[in-house]
Write a protein that binds this ligand. Sequence first.
Ligand SMILES: Nc1ncnc2c1ncn2[C@@H]1O[C@H](COP(=O)(O)OP(=O)(O)O)[C@@H](O)[C@H]1O
Ligand SMILES: [Mg+2]
Length: 280
Amino acid sequence: MRKLAVVNMKGGVGKTATAIHIAAGLATRGQRVLLLDADPQGNIGHTLRLRPVHTFEELMTGEASLADVALRDVRPGLDVVVSTPAAFSLERRLAGEAQRETILTRRLKGCLQYDAVVIDTSPAMNLLTYNALLFAEGLVIPVGMDLMAVIGARQTLDGVLQVRELWPERRLDILAVLPTSVHRGNHATRATMEALERDPAVGKYVFQPGIRQCIDLSYATASHQTIWEYAPRSRAAEDYMKLLDHIVLGSAENKTSGDHYAAEERSAAPALERSAASPA
Ligand SMILES: Nc1ncnc2c1ncn2[C@@H]1O[C@H](COP(=O)(O)OP(=O)(O)O)[C@@H](O)[C@H]1O
Ligand SMILES: [Mg+2]
């Protein structure tokens, strides 16, 4: 089973869009997928217009089981655990629990029927995000195209390093630092890409060409659809497919290290960049 989380301490960088498209994309490729929203803002439920009876909050407190909270077949092969603002209180309510960073891992013990679990997280290194990091084995870190992106990516990697230090036996690969809202004609994009590539901590993970800026992604959200449902010929539809290939390829070849994926992708990057440079 793949255990993936989408993380970045910054908000508005495309985490939710990326989590939804990784999960929905894997499901369209025939996998059984669980998409879990660990962000109390509950954007996944809004985006896919889901009305849950039970939520992530109850899963975490133990009031409901995974079987109770998972909404089945939101799309063929895709189950979803939705969050609501009620989950904001979890930080306080779980503060006294033993081994509170691994509550989610224990609650998801029964998830073996899935081929992949994808977790969306909030823009903070809080208890819920730690729980996601301690469940996940592969991370995708979306970054927007502004100069704060490098700082956000680095802070996020620092959080990952902290987890690796505290729990050295846990596998936690960086599958991609994923540039989002990429607009290559734009100065901010070029400057941010350069800064990301040059950064000694972040550079080796950057997945090129990333996800191009695509207004259809907003329209897809407004119409409660994935990009492949709303605009299958759009740039974002194409780019998210490439990200899926990258994630699935890593799995199929059973790579042992996230660094390895990144190295391979980077050698493929010039060709991808050339195709992205042509007007879309
Ligand atoms: N590649 C993209 N092109 C254009 N807009 C995007 C792109 N990726 C995300 N967005 C938009 O940016 C906003 C923030 O994205 P979201 O996934 O909610 O970020 P986060 O979960 O990190 O806060 C949303 O309105 C989304 O539609
Ligand atoms: Mg979000």
